[in-house]
Design a protein. Structure first.
Lengths: 115, 113
């Protein structure tokens, strides 16, 4: 079982819905990340949190709203999404940010479909 | 030109074959080179990483970096059906708040029994 757990595994939502993705890490890491993985595209970094503080927002539209209440939990709140937002959303954690000695540990992702 | 180029495949080989997966890059600032493996319906997991030019071996896997050509490779010897997955190259430079990590698109590999 992975040390990074994401729920739900699959989510189908309409463009007017509001939903949230949840991520929990059991590795004692201090940094957490949201990535978007679309078919035939490289992984896109969305947000970075270090010790609960957001340190990076990679020009993500405001319809994606992250929340990090503590170093073990990360949420991604979704509202008024577009069909092109359909993708696999991956959560990752690392001991600290910005170092090759702290590799990323990924969860298994939430497969999001926007109808 | 994109920073990291990786042929998405798909690549299909028979069991026992030697597999070669490759990425090219344009940013000479990249210092660390990684390979991630992603099984279907799973998240990526770090397979190997290397810093310098040359080869690094781990069991059946060899990572090769040629900084002069801006080219990295992952070789899999005696490939097994369990190696079937998407392989992502990734590269990084800098550190701390100035750290940048860039992924390739991934190559889908199928090893047929």
């Amino acid at each position: 079982e992975t040390g990074v757990t994401q729920t739900p595994r699959h989510l189908v939502m309409g463009m007017t819905n509001k939903k949230s993705l949840k991520c929990e890490q059991h590795l004692g890491h201090n940094a957490m990340y949201w990535y978007k993985q679309s078919a035939k595209k490289p992984l896109e970094l969305m947000f970075v949190y270090n010790f609960k503080e957001q340190t990076e927002n990679n020009s993500v539209p405001s319809r994606f709203s992250p929340e990090c209440p503590n170093s073990s939990h990360l949420f991604l709140h979704l509202h008024t999404l577009q069909p092109e937002d359909s993708a696999l959303y991956l959560c990752a954690s690392s001991h600290r940010t910005g170092a090759i000695s702290s590799p990323l540990h990924f969860g298994n992702g939430t497969r999001l479909t926007v109808t | 030109q994109k920073e990291v180029e990786q042929d998405p495949g798909p690549l299909s080989v028979p069991e026992g074959a030697i597999v070669s997966l490759n990425c090219t890059y344009s940013n000479s600032a990249f210092q660390y080179f990684m390979w991630y493996r992603q099984y279907s319906r799973k998240g990526p997991e770090l397979l190997m990483y290397t810093y310098s030019s040359g080869n690094k071996e781990d069991g059946r896997f060899t990572a090769q970096v040629d900084k002069s050509s801006k080219y990295i490779s992952l070789f899999i010897r005696d490939s097994q059906p369990s190696d079937s997955a998407t392989y992502l190259c990734a590269m990084s430079w800098g550190g701390g708040s100035n750290y940048k990590l860039t992924f390739g698109k991934g190559t889908l590999l199928t090893v047929n029994p």
